[in-house]
Design a protein around this ligand. Structure first.
Ligand code: ZN
Ligand code: ZN
Length: 318
């Protein structure tokens, strides 16, 4: 099988990978498109202890399924946490924090930068006919953005700031704008600004951010400066939502968090069905965020392109 392979912090393209052997409860899926996100870039740079096929955003076609799944021949997207179903976290309704979990392309489980993947049927969701393959790749990051609304109450009168207008921040701003709150997105360049404004989202240059102003600040830059900016711009008793991971440690004025009684909320994977619904109803159009598309055999080039500034979503086509 063809695919990308990550080992010893080095990523390579290979044509000799073993095809997945689906377990009893798993379907075999032919990947149609995969999407690159910042986590993949950090993994390719060796920030995660992972050996195997990376990649976790995809749409695929079920080519083999367990009897009675009803998924054969269907296009599907897949939730990325493979959970045990019997640990305390699973039994308490926190299955994305399953103590025995594996995560597609991130933790103890091969990912989607390959021709095929196998996944438990319970992780799969059919894609509605009116959602294109390319749009369906965005289900995972849209779900991640929806997680914010699951976690905190965004009131219509709230002033909300999204910091980080990159591939995830763009999607977060689109999802949050559906709540009707007073939303602004901090931007550093014209390209990011235009993408947001064309989606009806107000922007503000980073140099123009007031201190102690926003009720809720969503930090999606993945760099320490973004976190520092979030701490600076949040109002007393406001909430900062952290939506990206950081390489290494970060420095910030943590006393402000104590004195101003700021809430910090970490936020990761979200619900797939509402994300699919938003695409099906045409309430989010992610297609303008696609910067380029590469064939699987040019996957290394795709990673390279995705790491350049001003590039949004890169797709890998099978
Ligand atoms: Zn991702
Ligand atoms: Zn579990």
């Amino acid at each position: 099988m063809k695919g990308l392979w990550l080992e010893d912090r080095r990523i390579s393209y290979r044509e000799d990978l073993p095809a997945p052997a689906p377990a009893e409860d798993e379907a075999l899926i032919k990947i149609l498109y995969a999407g690159l996100c910042s986590t993949d870039l950090e993994m390719a740079q060796g920030y995660y202890p992972f050996t195997g096929i990376p990649g976790h955003e995809f749409v695929g076609l079920v080519i083999k399924d367990p009897e009675g799944s009803g998924l054969l021949g269907k296009r599907v997207v897949g939730e990325i946490n493979i959970t045990c179903g019997y640990c305390l976290a699973c039994k308490s309704g926190r299955s994305t924090h399953c103590e025995n979990r594996s995560v597609v392309g991130i933790l103890n489980r091969h990912g989607v930068f390959a021709e095929l993947i196998s996944l438990p049927v319970k992780n799969l969701h059919p894609v509605p006919d009116n959602v294109t393959d390319k749009a369906a790749v965005f289900v995972e990051p849209i779900a991640a953005a929806l997680k914010i609304i699951q976690q905190i109450h965004l009131r219509p009168e709230h002033r909300v700031l999204v910091i980080g207008a990159g591939r995830l921040g763009q999607i977060i701003a689109r999802v949050i704008s559906l709540t009707g709150c007073d939303l602004e997105a901090a931007v550093r360049n014209k390209n990011a600004e235009e993408k947001l404004e064309s989606a009806g989202i107000a922007t503000r240059p980073v140099a123009d951010l007031h201190p102690n102003h926003w009720d809720i600040v969503v930090e999606a830059t993945g760099n320490p400066q973004g976190f520092q900016l979030a701490v600076k711009t949040i109002r007393p008793r406001g909430t900062i939502v952290l939506k990206s991971t950081y390489k290494g440690d970060i420095q910030a004025e943590l006393s402000k968090i104590v004195v101003d009684e700021i809430s910090l909320v970490g936020s990761r994977c979200g619900p797939f069905l509402p994300a699919i619904r938003l695409l099906e109803q045409g309430r989010i159009d992610p297609l303008p965020l696609i910067s380029a598309e590469f064939e699987l055999q040019n996957g290394l080039e795709a990673l390279n392109k995705a790491s350049q500034p001003g590039v949004f979503k890169i797709l890998i086509k099978n």
